[in-house]
Design a protein around this ligand. Structure first.
Ligand code: NDP
Length: 454
């Protein structure tokens, strides 16, 4: 082993790579990590964290409006984009610094330059160094894709750039109907931007429970967002005054100062030297791995979005941790990719775990469906037209809770706790036995008694 410079070389210091590096170092491994961008990766630098801060900013609009019903008189509310943008940028810098400190504190050597695989045990750094590693972990994440390209596509921006807009646009066109498109549509609409969402499908959020999709679609429209469904952009042109004009396959063109393209992400494997080293890649460039995150080359593993399994930060972290424990800690374990809860931070937000009603039926389950829709207590006095919707998908034979879906305030917070029960195999009877916490919205989860007819 003496001819290896390090025991582990990690390419990519995002959520998965950073966790793997720190845990491996804790097990006594000599670890080096390389990052070509900022330490922290998509989640910290240009994803979950800054996005959630923008979501908080956008929701003040509702809070100010709601306050009047509770007796508050507020002055004129004004929003300054530059203040928010710069505050979020400072927080990202602080967090990125903490990530670096965490790595260095654990004894990991950090290189801020691009690294590529040069062989099963060899990594080449952009600065010219070559490092021999006993193990290589690929944790390079993904990048925003606009595929296939369209004429003028470069006039659009991706979620990478949306955090740094020089000023708040008057109009924004958002292309796509997934997580990123809808979260930013929600944010910018509440910050005062006129937002249009243009999506190729006949409804948003493909794969989510149909009742949640439809109710969110209606809620977004109610919040003033224009939804153009069943429609694609064919080309974008730049008008003289800097306005972008999107020409659609059907209907009138759409003018906007900013076009945000959020049509999915691709695994970041281009030019990484993986195929040359013998690593198998899938149709969208993802690294093919087994349950141990092992690739076709015994010394190379991969975790996180680059493997295109479940593209969520906590999943990448868990995969990185399992790899490090298994490879360097003498404690082999694998990640259970079932029953991963997730949230969509639109307003209202979605929290979901397990199977949708449609997925459960397709899997052959006979179902009992419980659902409730109600006006939250706060809305009675604020006067806000707002509803919370909850659905329980229960296997009729075993009484097992197969899925829980919530649309409404704090859905993400609620579903995290519900996910513990569901992943423990909770039944509807377990939910029924749980005494409600009153007054709360979440209590409705344990008070639904009558299944939906039909
Ligand atoms: P998604 O896969 O969620 O959505 C992509 C959207 O773009 C879909 O509506 C898709 O339509 C549409 N689309 C894809 N290709 C084209 C095309 N060529 N032309 C027009 N429309 C197209 O990707 P996102 O980029 O929104 O997010 C990437 C991933 O990041 C998510 O899947 C999620 O795993 C993660 N994420 C998680 C968040 C969270 O946990 N809150 C927040 C943000 C991201 P169709 O449905 O027809 O395929």
């Amino acid at each position: 082993m003496a001819d290896f410079d390090v025991d582990l070389f990690v390419i990519g210091a995002g959520s998965g790579g950073t966790r793997a590096a720190r845990i491996a170092a804790g097990h006594g491994a000599r670890v080096m990590i390389a990052e070509e961008d900022r330490i922290g990766g998509t989640c910290v630098v240009r994803g979950c964290v800054p996005k959630k801060l923008y979501v908080y900013a956008s929701r003040f609009a509702d809070d100010f409006a709601d306050a009047a019903g509770f007796g508050w008189t507020l002055g004129e509310a004004r929003f300054d984009w530059g203040t928010l943008r710069d505050a979020v940028a400072r927080e990202v810098t602080r967090l990125s610094g903490l990530y670096r400190k965490g790595l260095e504190g654990a004894g990991v050597a950090v290189r801020t330059e691009r690294a590529v695989v040069a062989g099963p045990h060899e990594v080449r750094l952009a600065g010219g160094d070559t490092v021999r590693a006993r193990h290589i972990l690929v944790a390079t994440g993904g990048y925003p894709a606009f595929d296939p390209p369209i004429p003028g596509g470069e006039l659009g921006i991706s979620s990478n750039e949306v955090f740094h807009l020089p000023s708040l646009p008057k109009r924004m066109l958002v292309v796509g109907g997934g997580y990123i498109a809808l979260e930013f549509a929600s944010v910018f609409a509440r910050l005062g931007v006129t937002v249009t969402v243009l999506h190729r499908g006949d409804n948003i959020l493909r794969g989510f429970d149909e009742d949640i999709r439809t109710r969110l679609r209606d809620a977004l429209a109610h919040a003033g967002i224009t939804l153009r469904l069943g429609c694609t952009v064919e080309r974008i042109e730049l008008l003289e005054d800097g306005v972008r004009r999107a020409h659609c396959a059907s209907g009138a063109p759409i003018d906007a100062e900013v076009i945000l393209v959020a049509t999915g992400r691709r695994p970041n494997t281009v030019g990484l030297g993986l195929a040359e080293a013998g690593v198998a890649l899938g149709p969208v460039g993802e690294v093919i791995v087994d349950a141990n995150s092992a690739t076709a080359v015994h010394s190379i593993h991969a975790v996180g979005d680059v493997t295109n399994r479940i593209n969520l930060t906590p999943v990448a972290i868990r995969e990185g941790h399992a790899f490090a424990d298994s490879t360097f800690g003498g404690k082999p374990w694998t990640v259970d990719h079932h029953l991963v809860a997730s949230a969509v931070f639109t307003t209202p937000e979605i929290g979901t775990v397990g199977l949708s009603e449609q997925q459960a039926r397709a899997a052959g389950h006979e179902l009992r469906i419980f659902e409730t829709g109600f006006r939250p207590m706060k809305a009675t006095i604020s006067g806000r037209e707002e509803r919370i919707y909850m659905k329980l998908v229960v296997d009729a034979q075993s009484d097992r809770m197969l899925g829980v879906h919530i649309l409404g305030h704090d859905a993400g917070e609620i579903i995290q706790a519900v996910a513990i029960a569901v992943s423990m195999g909770a039944t509807k009877a377990d939910f029924d036995r749980t005494i409600a916490l009153h007054p709360s919205a979440a209590e409705e989860l344990v008070t639904m008694r009558t299944p939906r007819a039909g």
